[in-house]
Design a protein around this ligand. Structure first.
Ligand code: GTP
Length: 380
């Protein structure tokens, strides 16, 4: 039996307004709440029990996942009244663990999509007799990340803050947000106050001579914390660039969930997802985007790399690129929104209110397909 803790209590500020009503780990990615992918991958690696460390909008998780039995995994919920940060949340969640002090406990950040060999990380931790083992990944541009250099045996040397000069870039290895802790190490994190695992727990462990290992695994890795990464992660799951047992239905150029209504004259591509109750009208082109439940994409609209919130409406001939449209917002016909715009929940943008020079882009050749796929309800 292996137990895990999943950190899902953050506010997800970088994804606002999508996280106004839904916590980031519950936002639909490739058709299901994001952590359904993580839970499925954890279960496949032999995890049998997961403690969800909740805080922001805590009730949403249990309403959806209940005791976990439909997902083949036992779920326990421990909620922080005041958010305790990553380390404090791990300490608080330890109350839900049943394992002994020498057992390994997997810890997942609730916003990382990866192809990590989870069982391998746990087994290597046990074999090495480590206190903590971190999954590390390599990035091309490490300037935006804290760095984690290791020696030739994989022992972590330091936890460095984001580099500010080229000389400070001593490695391209970064913390990938998945760890194995020996249970007794969790029990030593101070209780009842905010603690950052990155800034406090890990550096203290190094100071006391603990064995902290870093394992570089360069398979698929993406932090879904920003809108651009969020749509990419969803599309990559649909396109099969990363595997998840939780993707509902066959993958291909687009994923239409049961109850989606897409006109035969619409074109969906580049890993677009259309959720239940959403409608895409004739002539619309939707590329690499996430259309959430009950949303409507009007005739001849162009939607690229965007997230259209639940029950939002995009009018005819309107175009979006890299946009985030909040739940229930309406962008009426003939708007051309600038790249990267965010529209708050419930806002109304009248006909032709915004015009820019941005025009339709295009996805790589061969990824366009007519919408008539996967047996969803199609309008004639
Ligand atoms: P941003 O506000 O956009 O930075 O997102 P975030 O709130 O999710 O923060 P961040 O991406 O740094 O968090 C990493 C992971 O830790 C996410 O899965 C969060 O849900 C989780 N997390 C962050 N802070 C807390 C906390 O205080 N309590 C709990 N339980 N989880 C947390």
């Amino acid at each position: 039996m292996t137990e895990a803790i999943m950190l899902v209590g953050g506010q997800g500020t970088r994804l606002r307004p999508l996280t106004t009503h839904t916590p980031k780990p519950m936002l639909p990615v490739a058709g299901v709440p994001f952590i359904a992918h993580q839970l499925a991958r954890a279960a496949a690696a032999g995890v049998t029990r997961v403690v969800l460390a909740t805080s922001y909008l805590a009730e949403v998780f249990e309403e959806h996942f209940a005791d976990g039995s439909p997902y083949g995994i036992e779920l326990v919920y421990l909620t922080e009244v005041e958010p305790l940060g990553t380390g404090g949340a791990i300490r608080n969640a330890a109350a839900g663990l049943t394992c002994g002090p020498d057992e390994p406990v997997l810890i997942f950040n609730g916003d990382i999509l990866s192809g990590l060999d989870i069982a391998g990380l746990r087994d290597g931790h046990v074999a090495a007799g480590a206190d903590v083992t971190l999954h590390l990944t390599r990035v091309e541009d490490p300037r935006a990340f804290g760095l984690v250099p290791t020696d030739e045996d994989g022992r972590v040397l330091e936890f460095l803050e984001k580099p500010e000069t080229p000389e400070q870039i001593v490695t391209d290895q970064i913390n990938a947000g998945c760890y194995v802790f020996t249970r007794s190490v969790i029990d030593r994190i101070p209780a009842g106050r905010p603690v950052s695992v990155e800034r406090e727990t890990f550096p203290e462990l190094l100071q006391t001579g603990a064995l902290v290992r870093g394992v570089v695994d360069t398979s698929y890795w993406l932090d879904l914390g920003t809108p651009a990464a969020f749509v990419r992660g969803s599309a990559d799951l649909v396109l099969g660039k990363v595997d998840s047992p939780a993707v509902p239905g066959p993958t291909g150029d687009a994923l239409l969930l049961d109850g989606a209504t897409v006109d035969r004259g619409a074109v969906l591509s580049c890993g677009t997802v259309v959720a239940a109750g959403a409608v895409v009208r004739a002539g619309a082109i939707v590329e690499g985007s996430v259309v959430l439940p009950g949303a409507t994409i009007g005739a001849d609209a162009f939607v690229k790399d965007s997230i259209v919130g639940a029950y939002a409406t995009i009018g005819a001939r309107t175009s979006l690129d890299g946009a985030v449209i909040g739940d229930g917002a309406t962008v009426e016909a003939d708007n051309e929104l600038p790249n990267g715009i965010r529209i708050a929940c419930g806002v109304l943008l009248p006909v032709g209110a915004v015009r820019t020079t941005a025009g339709p882009g295009g996805c790589p050749a061969g990824q366009s397909t007519a919408a008539a796929v996967h047996g969803s309800v199609l309008q004639q």
